[in-house]
Design a protein around this ligand. Structure first.
Ligand code: CA
Length: 230
């Protein structure tokens, strides 16, 4: 997958460079603009996946930049505001900003906000029903199961069951919930149907990765257990 692109519009070069450093370390491709006018121009050329936008900027301030970008783009925008600067969250969001963060910020918090905003955008943009874990891809668009790089033939219901469990990792489902949610309310099978499908899935997935597994929760049901952070 291509790296996600972040445009940093920030006139304080030390902050901009610090952001570049941490974002690149986190796998993003970064471009910086030091004033509002350049920022608007770069947003068109660079086509970023997300913009970090300072408010106090030369040429055009962050609000004007935000308005200008919103005329042509729905790219997520996180505003950077200095401590003590009054930030009106409501007007910020009306202006089209997605979130804001107060400087000086914790890098960890900023990265968490960035990932949260990108996640909010991802499904609407791609309409993709695809989950990726260590050595595992469950794709409900193409109905493909890829295990350790190889396609494994899987009946639709097995794939749907795995997708359902893996889309809410570490959440426990009862057999009846799974019957309802995967097979549908008009299905007349019994809960052993779920057990049989889990068994067949396990045969395909056993020992593939130690980062996730289909786990039986005694007396309750099943969960897709994982330590793999998506
Ligand atoms: Ca500034």
């Amino acid at each position: 997958m291509d790296n996600k692109k972040v445009l940093v519009i920030e006139d304080e070069s030390n902050i901009a460079e610090l952001l570049r450093l941490y974002l690149e370390k986190d796998g993003f491709t970064v471009r910086c603009a030091a004033d509002g006018g350049t920022g608007v121009a770069e947003a068109k050329v660079f086509q970023p996946d997300l913009i970090l936008l300072d408010i106090m900027l030369p040429v055009m301030d962050g609000w004007a930049v935000c308005r200008a970008i919103r005329q042509t783009s729905t790219v997520p925008i996180i505003m950077l505001t200095a401590k003590g600067e009054t930030f009106d969250k409501v007007s910020g969001l009306e202006m089209g900003a997605d979130d804001y963060i107060v400087k000086p910020f914790e890098v960890k918090e900023l990265l968490a906000r960035i990932h949260a905003v990108l996640r909010r955008y991802a499904p609407a943009e791609a309409g993709q029903k695809k989950l990726t874990y260590d050595k595992l891809v469950v794709n409900l668009d193409s109905y493909e199961l890829i295990v350790d790089g190889k396609k494994v033939d899987t009946p639709p219901k097995e794939l749907e069951l795995l997708y359902h469990l893996a889309s809410s990792p570490n959440r426990v489902y009862t057999r009846n919930q799974l019957l309802d949610e995967v097979w549908g309310f008009d299905y007349f099978g019994d809960s052993r149907t779920v057990d049989v499908h889990i068994k067949r899935l396990r045969e395909k997935l056993e020992g593939v990765s130690d980062k996730w597994c289909l786990k039986t929760v005694w007396g309750v049901g099943y969960k897709f257990e994982t330590t793999d952070q998506q």
